[in-house]
Unconditional design. Structure first.
Length: 303
């Protein structure tokens, strides 16, 4: 059986953060957040790394990671998410500036993945345990009727420097995803975690509520569904400049049409990321502590 693949979504630009945050250095030897995810994935048993990137920064990106990963023994692929990818005979509308969304990014990797695979964001630190749990799922449980998503406790995913959006999950009695609802403007207020709805009303979210941080596990058969759904998405949304085709939409369709189940894999791991510039020092401090306690070596890629 083939080792699972890690698909890293690195084509997006960090509008709130400012700049290509995927390339920023946070570790003591210039490591990016992606480096730690790749290190954890390799140690968990992943055999191939696929980067989804924009062609505009491909040369710099590939140079950095080819050099770092040349002695790891893993296969490396680069795939480009462009506005005209999978549009067929349709033209990109003049008003469209942003990519078509995360599910479209995944679709762009269709030709280089034919084994069970995990999806992560490039600018999120997920922690060691989730990669081990996901690798086990992909190797032992994943097939066309069984997918998964890592379920982080919401209190372990927040920023001190502003509100965030999270995919709040409800889970059925068997531990499978029932619904995933995008909640925006989630923040800490006193002792509570709250989100603000479209009418401006605030609602409390219980600590420990599982949320998706876009860490998914799928069988390669999912590409056929994503492609079919993207065709329909374009019919309905091609002229909507800010419309996005997102992975949770695929998961919702997959579940609603009884194509399979999405297992919510619980983790108490601390997530952190760089949603805002002000988050950067916290990321650096958190990584320093993990190096000090022996979770990571000081230099990831030095033997």
């Amino acid at each position: 059986m083939k080792k699972p693949t890690l698909l890293i979504l690195a084509a997006g630009m960090g509008s709130r953060y400012g700049g290509i945050k995927q390339m920023d250095n946070f570790g003591p030897n210039g490591e990016t957040i992606i480096d730690y995810s790749i290190y954890d994935a390799i140690n968990a048993g992943f055999g191939k790394i696929v980067f989804i990137i924009r062609r505009t920064f491909a040369e710099e990106f590939e140079k950095i990671f080819n050099d770092k990963l040349k002695d790891t023994g893993v296969e490396i692929e680069y795939v480009y998410q462009e506005l005209d990818s999978f549009l067929g005979n349709k033209n990109v509308p003049e008003e469209r500036e942003k990519p078509w969304g995360t599910a479209h990014a995944v679709l762009c990797a269709k030709e280089v993945i034919d084994e069970p695979f995990a999806i992560i964001n490039a600018d999120d630190f997920y922690g060691k345990e989730p990669f081990q749990l996901m690798a086990s799922f992909l190797e032992n449980e994943c097939d066309e009727k069984n997918a998964s998503v890592m379920g982080y406790e919401i209190n372990n995913t927040l920023s001190k420097h502003g509100s965030v959006s999270r995919g709040v999950c409800t889970v059925d009695d068997e531990g499978n995803l029932d619904t995933i609802t995008e909640r925006t403007k989630i923040s800490i207020e006193g002792e509570d975690i709250v989100f603000t709805d479209a009418e401006g009303e605030k609602h409390v979210i219980s600590s420990g509520t599982p949320v998706s941080m876009n860490f998914w596990g799928f069988d390669a058969s999912i590409f056929s569904l994503i492609e079919d759904m993207f065709v329909q998405f374009l019919k309905e949304n091609i002229e909507v400049p800010k419309s996005e085709f997102l992975i949770p939409s695929v998961a919702d369709y997959y579940i609603a049409n009884k194509m399979g189940v999405v297992k919510v894999i619980p983790t108490t791991e601390q997530w952190f990321g760089v949603t805002y510039k002000e988050d950067a020092p916290h990321v650096q401090e958190s990584l320093s502590k993990l190096i000090e306690n022996g979770t990571y070596p000081e230099n990831l890629w030095t033997k």
